[in-house]
Design a protein around this ligand. Structure first.
Ligand SMILES: NC(=O)c1ccc[n+]([C@@H]2O[C@H](COP(=O)([O-])OP(=O)(O)OC[C@H]3O[C@@H](n4cnc5c(N)ncnc54)[C@H](OP(=O)(O)O)[C@@H]3O)[C@@H](O)[C@H]2O)c1
Length: 392
């Protein structure tokens, strides 16, 4: 290669590196913008977008608005105005290509005169699934896929899971002592952890569209299940979901107070019709699903929450029997355990009432995704280890 040629190659390589760095940074801004939509956008995904002008300046930022409002791309294009012409759109999720409550984003991107689109990940929703990228390419726009994809996949895990499996993403939360007990010998369980951990758990509620409890917890605690201590405050309260196969829980107390939030009861045909009638009279929505053992069919619960109620993330808040049932059905997608620096002893109730494997080799495998000191407690986040064969 001549000296001139190698100088040109070096310049091109450097330009490519600078461009990659710039798109990487712009995607970082889009990821940050998406976070602002976390509690607002469901059942739509929380997406962030940035518009760069032809000279590379950030001229627009946007995130998904509440359902019926603008998608992130359109919000960013609106802010950019005429400066979007010949510019680049950087967006965390593939733009939609269909008219829903709002017009297709692809057409608005084309009309704004954008020439290049940088996308982190494809949208698995069957209504999109690559068609957004195809439409933009067929209109002559340059489209790339994969910038900071792992981060965006993590950020959108509940949405991606819901669209790929048809089930709500299931987060099990527990507060327990160091010896994994969540109820003391005398039946007291409030509060094992400190105020900071409770605010953190209320943030988790505010990030969820449903909070699920079993009949045992409803009877013992008469909980409200709202995100009253979330910081920042919750924009919407999650649906309160009671799993009561036999109609044991009376339609009274805060759980059935419709001024707090909606209540959905999942039950089976075994429930006494008078209990079902009382739930309905109190304003609760009642779903009759198939039985599973002596309880309700948990997979059907997560499917109905996803398909009928648009729930992306459901949080399971006890008790021990419920936690065990979700683990045994392999329906737990994440565990968030707040561990308090105390011991409650062998007569206190376990946080997970599991039979457990007979031998260590059969123990379920989890990955510690995160640990954090929250006040005087430790929060441990666990994700299931997915077997290689399930990924292929
Ligand atoms: N420290 C904490 O973090 C914490 C959190 C929550 C609760 N708690 C404590 O936990 C205690 C309650 O726990 P618990 O284990 O007795 O009750 P639970 O797990 O709240 O509820 C179990 C009940 O849920 C119903 N259920 C419906 N479908 C089910 C299914 N597929 N699998 C399993 N159960 C199903 C069953 O009643 P039916 O058959 O009648 O439907 C079952 O008896 C309370 O004392 C509460 O204070 C502690």
């Amino acid at each position: 290669m001549s000296q001139d040629m190698s100088a040109i190659v070096e310049i091109l390589v450097n330009e490519k590196l600078v461009d990659e760095q710039m798109m990487d940074q712009a995607m970082g801004l889009a990821i940050a913008a998406a976070l602002r939509a976390r509690r607002l956008s469901p059942p739509n995904p929380w997406v962030g977008a940035v518009v760069l002008s032809a000279s590379g300046e950030v001229v627009g930022r946007g995130s998904t608005q509440a359902p019926g409002g603008s998608h992130a791309e359109v919000a960013a294009l609106l802010e950019a105005g005429e400066s979007a012409r010949d510019g680049v759109l950087v967006v965390t999720l593939e733009p939609c290509n269909h008219q829903g409550r709002t017009p297709a984003c692809t057409e608005q991107i084309i009309a704004a005169g954008i020439t290049r689109v940088v996308v982190a990940i494809e949208d698995p929703d069957p209504l999109v699934a690559g068609s957004g990228i195809e439409r933009l390419r067929s209109a002559g726009l340059q489209v790339s896929l994969g910038t900071r994809a792992a981060e965006v996949r993590d950020q959108l895990a509940p949405y991606l899971h819901q669209r790929l499996t048809g089930r709500a993403f299931c987060v099990v939360k527990t507060a327990m002592s160091l010896d994994a007990r969540s109820v003391a010998r005398d039946g007291t369980s409030q509060w094992i952890t400190g105020p900071e951990a409770r605010v953190d758990a209320h943030n988790l509620r505010a990030d969820s569209q449903a909070v699920i409890i079993g009949a045992g917890t409803a009877l013992a605690d008469s909980p409200s299940l709202n995100a009253r201590d979330a910081d920042p405050p919750a924009t919407r309260q999650p649906n309160r979901v009671l799993l009561d196969a036999r109609g044991r829980v009376p339609a009274t107390g805060p759980l059935f107070d419709q001024s707090i939030a909606a209540t959905i009861v999942f039950t089976t045909v075994s429930a006494d019709p008078s209990a079902v009638a009382a739930w309905r009279e109190a304003g609760a929505l009642v779903e009759v699903v198939e039985p599973q053992g002596s309880g309700v069919h948990l997979e059907q619960v997560l499917q109905v929450l996803a398909s009928k109620y648009g729930v992306l993330q459901a949080m399971v808040e006890g008790g021990a029997a419920m936690h065990a049932a979700f683990i045994e059905a392999s329906l737990m997608d994440r565990v968030v355990a707040y561990v308090a620096p105390t011991f409650l002893g062998r007569e206190a109730r376990l946080a997970f009432d599991l039979d457990g494997p007979s031998t260590l080799g059969d123990a379920s495998k989890w990955r510690i995704a995160d640990t954090m000191l929250v006040g005087s407690d430790i929060r441990i986040t666990l994700d299931p280890v997915v077997a290689a064969e399930e990924l292929s």
